[in-house]
Design a protein around this ligand. Structure first.
Ligand SMILES: [Zn+2]
Length: 450
């Protein structure tokens, strides 16, 4: 059955910021969404003429703009909040995986996955994040796991691209491939019928835990489904060292040899990629996704983001589950690269572009219509930001307002697919208190199993 369509929604009485290549700032502006799709953007007086009978959301003079996009997320990580690992503290990146993340994802069951997903999805709505590209792992509960996350995303109303990260670390790579194939078939059938809220990709954990058989098979399937690969790449030096030792190739070279690079493939992190690898990514149109807060937290190094951008690699911005708040992540990106380069003059425009432009381009590859720009024909994914510019805001001054004003402001309202998920700071349709209470019970049980 096709997804239920929303009726017409007029978001009016605000300053519209369209973003996109031709960013327009429209005072006294409005956006009209019909059946989930933007029908008109412009001066309120003109847009209103097309909006007879539409439900009206009064933006109260605030900023109306596209919702934020998170290009790399792990919904499953929620129950690590406050968790004490049983083993001694990790001394390096691989020990972080072995002592926290791998035991965590091995212990997750279906109900854990459901509540782990719902909690950050609520946070997404509150932070104005309307699209997430998620990377899931639950090694003891792989079959059917993506449908549990899909259920949570549909309940929350957040647009999402889902995948399971295949890994052979417990000899369950084949099962992971089957789950991705099952889910891709289901989702591609739904999308053909116009139900485009949830999309799907092929996914790998990281190449150092994936054998050649699983790698080749998943790359072949990604091409067959035309869905791209979502994979952690050279987050730590250990990934490069293990691949070179066992397979005689760098991580990107090995993925390239298996046919896994391409415009829908998301190479996550790329902290330790060299010139040859950046060249291969540029040549194949492969995207990178930068996660600055996570990289700093794990002390894995500084990704060569400026170099990748200069060489023509499309680089997006993700949070790696450190937060659901892209406004916070983009400000971290800005200061991280200035600090690392010991140069206050770099990375201001680049940081803005990661989130404003590149994430929109990347996410739009996985849906039938564009996201991340307010224009006719794009999906109606919109936020109202509680921001009153204290200095003149126009095309020349916008980036300063974006990074230091809008991205530091409170989210007033969040709309996905023309459906109002939060208005005036109040969630619609989700009982946060009840869901959090149930989550705490479930997490306490999970901690005993961890
Ligand atoms: Zn990650």
């Amino acid at each position: 059955m096709a997804q239920k369509k929303s009726k017409a929604l007029l978001i009016t009485n605000g300053t519209v910021v369209t973003l996109g290549d031709n960013n327009r700032i429209i005072g006294d502006g409005a956006v009209l969404i019909v059946d989930g799709v933007i029908q008109a953007v412009g001066k309120a007086a003109a847009v209103k003429k097309q909006a007879r009978g539409a439900k009206v959301l009064d933006a109260g003079g605030k900023v109306i703009m596209p919702g934020f996009i998170n290009a790399h997320m792990h919904l499953y990580s929620t129950f690590c909040r406050g968790l004490s690992p049983k083993q001694p503290p990790a001394k390096n990146f691989v020990e972080v995986l072995e002592r926290l993340w791998w035991p965590l994802d091995k212990a997750l069951n279906g109900k854990d996955v459901l509540y782990s997903s719902l909690i950050p999805l609520i946070d997404c709505i509150k932070n104005g994040t309307t699209t997430i590209i998620d990377h899931h792992e639950s090694q003891s509960f792989q079959t059917g796991s993506l449908s549990v996350i899909e259920k949570a995303c549909r309940k929350a109303g957040v647009r999402s691209v889902l995948t399971l990260g295949i890994s052979d670390r417990y000899k369950k790579g084949g099962e992971g491939i089957e789950e991705n194939v099952r889910f891709l078939k289901k989702i591609q059938a739904k999308r053909k019928k116009g139900d485009d809220l949830v999309s799907a990709m092929m996914g790998l954990h990281a190449l150092f835990t994936v054998n050649d058989k699983s790698l080749k098979k998943s790359c072949d399937l990604a091409r067959e489904f035309d869905c791209g690969m979502h994979v952690h790449i050279a987050e730590d030096k250990a990934d490069q060292a293990a691949n070179k030792k066992q397979y005689g190739k760098s991580v990107i070279e090995r993925l390239h040899a298996a046919g896994g690079l391409g415009p829908k493939t998301l190479a996550i992190h790329c902290v330790h990629v060299g010139d040859r690898e950046i060249g291969l990514m540029a040549k194949t149109g492969t995207c990178a996704v930068h996660n600055p807060e996570s990289n700093m937290n794990n002390a894995v190094g500084v990704a060569p983001v400026m170099k990748m951008m200069e060489k023509g690699v499309l680089v997006g911005l993700g949070t790696d589950a450190m937060t659901t708040d892209m406004k916070a992540e983009v400000r971290v990106a800005n200061v991280f690269h200035k600090h690392a380069a010991k140069n206050s003059q770099v990375f201001f425009v680049e940081a803005c572009n990661l989130l404003m432009k590149n994430n929109a381009q990347i996410a739009s590859r996985f849906f039938n219509r564009p996201v991340g720009e307010l224009k006719k024909g794009s999906y109606g994914d919109v936020v109202v930001m509680d921001y009153q510019p204290p200095t003149p805001m126009n095309g020349n001054t916008f980036l300063g307002h974006y990074l230091f004003g809008i991205c530091a402001a409170r989210v007033d309202s969040t709309i996905v697919n023309g459906k109002v998920l939060m208005q005036g700071g109040q969630l619609k349709g989700l009982d946060e208190k009840k869901i959090c209470a149930e989550s705490r019970k479930q997490a306490a049980d999970f901690w005993k199993r961890f």
